[in-house]
Design a protein around this ligand. Structure first.
Ligand SMILES: Nc1ncnc2c1ncn2[C@@H]1O[C@H](COP(=O)(O)OP(=O)(O)OP(=O)(O)O)[C@@H](O)[C@H]1O
Ligand SMILES: [Mg+2]
Length: 249
């Protein structure tokens, strides 16, 4: 594997309970590395802790125990990592302000980084074209696009700063099946071109296998199996992984 971009060392995350809610250990003693240019696929049933783990990798949730390092250094302040990390979530509506024209939504992360106006315009135009949208989309509001187009805008917004690490958390799950395949191909091509490290999360093991170099299987907060993608075509060792595969067929 290439030099790790994201490393988790024995990370656990507990959510505190409430009056009618028991405390939950959502992630238990997870160690993993995601290398430069690598896509790690993370699969597991609902509630197994995938999104919590992703938020730890992005520095958005502090581990209760264990350590996160980014490019070999202590993660530090989230502010200092601006532009280096990004996420694409299940619903593009979560990333796009409904009242902002799409071009502006893609431009925003560059404004935050202090990129000059002329360069911003050029990068936004190039990015929109790269995700397969025509230039006119920049002038439209998210509500005037199809779901697939909106997710492409969200991907453009995530990628425009050329981050080193991107989480795709169920990024294709809400899309129509035909659009799903197109967006998966887009993610795969962009990853190959730009070489970012990625964590691709899905409950769909077939989709994850298609996009990932390596897979990790999560159950009850733990990683129960991990290995190169080819391993998951043959005989995965863990009974739980076999059940996930059977469900995908
Ligand atoms: N903010 C929170 N406060 C308390 N408990 C939480 C919080 N977020 C998640 N949990 C709990 O932690 C566990 C793991 O949740 P998480 O969202 O990480 O799972 P997931 O694998 O992403 O599930 P899904 O596939 O449904 O998205 C669940 O039991 C969930 O109820
Ligand atoms: Mg989740």
């Amino acid at each position: 594997m290439n030099a790790p971009v994201v490393s988790l060392n024995d990370v656990s995350v507990s959510y505190r309970g409430g009056l009618f809610r028991p405390a939950v250990e959502a992630v238990r003693k997870v160690s993993l590395d995601i290398g430069e240019g690598e896509t790690l696929g993370l699969v597991g049933e609902s509630g197994s802790g995938k999104s919590t783990l992703a938020r730890v990798c992005l520095g958005l949730t502090a581990p209760t125990r264990g350590r996160l390092t980014f490019a070999g250094e202590a993660f530090g302040k989230l502010r200092a990592r601006r532009g280096q990390l990004a996420e694409v979530l299940q619903f593009p509506e979560w990333a796009l302000n409904p009242r902002l024209r799409c071009g502006r939504s893609v431009e925003e992360p560059l404004i935050v980084l202090g990129v000059a106006a002329a360069e911003r315009r050029a990068r936004v135009a190039a990015m929109l074209a790269r995700v397969g949208l025509d230039a006119g989309v920049a002038q439209r509001l998210p509500g005037q696009l199809s779901g697939g187009q909106r997710q492409r805008v969200a991907i453009a917004r995530a990628l425009v700063t050329r981050p080193r690490f991107i989480v795709f958390d169920e990024a294709v799950s809400a899309l129509d099946v035909s659009v799903q395949a197109q967006v998966m191909n887009l993610i795969r091509d962009l990853q190959a071109e730009q070489g970012f490290a990625a964590l691709f999360i899905s409950h769909d093991i077939a989709a994850t296998r298609y996009l990932s170099h390596r897979l990790a299987v999560m159950k009850g907060g733990e990683i129960v199996e991990t290995g190169p993608r080819d391993r998951f075509y043959g005989e995965p060792h863990h009974a739980y992984t076999r059940a996930l595969l059977a469900a995908a067929l």
